[in-house]
Design a protein around this ligand. Structure first.
Ligand SMILES: Cc1cc2nc3c(=O)[nH]c(=O)nc-3n(C[C@H](O)[C@H](O)[C@H](O)COP(=O)(O)O)c2cc1C
Length: 368
């Protein structure tokens, strides 16, 4: 029987992935002073047993003021690195799943409360709040404290922080860095004309708006070992008239490919309060398809990919090379096992769990 497309191996840069299912980055709002806690060991640990081919650590702030909330994970000093090392040692002892990290700066969307407390912005003069920064002094939503526009020194500080975090990620033995250029956070704020109103070299034309994210990419790519992949997550559109759109995304993706980017992960939205997102099964897949038509590097689709046949079709028809799962795999952490059973493939399972293989799915498990 031919191997289902979803379970064919693939290379991202020099990283061999066992199948086409990757775990999307997911903020847990459970860190203390940027340091991972036992929650991260529990959460990432269980996902590392899922049979997916890559685990991606949540949006990890490169600077304290780049956190979305005060409980975000960071990687900006020895204490945050040591906490992550402890988590990773726990996971690696029991799982061989490659692990990547999403490096991020929230820009004007930083300094918020936790989602389960409403997620509102916290003003700089309140506990757990701070002054945000952005390309331009335009607040994300009306009534919010406006960000401070970054000056040249500020841009360098942010770029250098991405590099420093990438070097710490390498020290930790992480296999891949994904830069967060999506969801209305700092890099996306530079890309979109709705949030970037600068009149210097970093604003105005598409070339200028792409400049800072590309400078970050180049600096990280130069610092992170060349045998390890650096990828970019993008929003394929703002879903707002006059905003960032799929044509600009394609131009950005081509430029990234030219500079050595290993993969493009295509999400959408998050930049503007007026966004109109046509949410539905696989609603972002057409954006991934548009990027895939123009680049040669692997493209990852994400967003309401919940069905096994749906995922198989996305990869099998060439809409994207990989699928990323977020809510889907939180809801069903054994989704890749269930997909393999349904599609007639083999998946890696921990030795401790081999005895649970259902009788009707012979050869489902490959021992870890
Ligand atoms: C709990 C949670 C946390 C998330 N955190 C991040 C994040 O840290 N970085 C990011 O780029 N996207 C984040 N997202 C978005 C997901 O990665 C994903 O793109 C989105 O949820 C759509 O995929 P899904 O339909 O499988 O959930 C998060 C989503 C959820 C549900």
């Amino acid at each position: 029987m031919t191997q289902p497309a979803l379970f064919r191996p693939i290379r991202v840069g020099n990283l061999d992935l066992a199948n086409r299912i990757v775990i999307a980055p997911m903020c847990q709002y459970s860190a203390e002073e940027g340091q991972m806690t036992d929650w991260h060991l529990i959460h990432l640990g269980q996902l590392a047993l899922s049979g997916a081919s890559l685990l991606t650590i949540e949006a990890t702030a490169v600077l304290p003021e780049g956190r979305i909330s005060y409980a975000d994970v960071g990687l900006w000093n020895d204490a945050t690195e040591a906490a992550m090392r402890r988590t990773l040692e726990g996971i690696r002892r029991w799982s061989e799943m490659p692990i990547g990290i999403q490096l991020a700066h929230a820009g004007r969307k930083a300094s918020t409360d936790l989602p389960w407390n409403g997620g509102a912005q916290i003003a700089p003069d309140h506990a757990h709040g701070w002054q945000t920064v952005a390309p331009s002094a335009i607040a994300f939503a009306e009534g919010q404290n406006a960000p401070m526009a970054l000056d040249r020194a500020g841009l360098e500080r942010v770029r250098d922080a991405f590099v420093a975090s990438a070097l710490r990620a390498d020290n930790l033995g992480l296999d891949l860095v994904q830069l967060h250029g999506a969801h209305g956070y700092l890099m996306h704020q530079f890309l979109s004309p709705l949030s970037n109103r600068r009149d210097d070299d970093y604003g105005g034309s598409l070339e200028n708006r792409m400049r800072f994210p590309l400078e970050i990419f180049d600096a990280v790519r130069a610092a992170f070992p060349k045998e390890k992949p650096v990828s970019m997550r993008v929003s394929g559109t703002d879903w707002v008239e006059g905003g960032w759109d799929v044509e600009q995304t394609v131009a950005f993706a081509k430029e990234l490919e030219r500079r050595g980017c290993s993969a493009i992960h295509v999400s959408s939205g998050g930049l503007h309060a007026a966004q109109q997102i046509p949410v539905g099964p696989g609603y972002q897949v057409p954006l991934a398809r548009a990027v895939k038509a123009e680049v040669g590097i692997p493209v990852i689709a994400v967003g309401l990919i919940t069905g096994f046949e749906q995922a198989e079709a996305i990869v099998g028809t060439g809409d994207a090379d990989l699928v990323a799962l977020a809510r889907t795999i939180l809801y069903d952490p054994r989704w890749p096992w269930h997909a393999a059973a349904e599609l007639g493939a083999t998946v890696r399972a921990p030795n401790q769990y081999l005895r649970c293989q259902p009788r009707q799915f012979k050869n489902l498990f490959e021992s870890a």
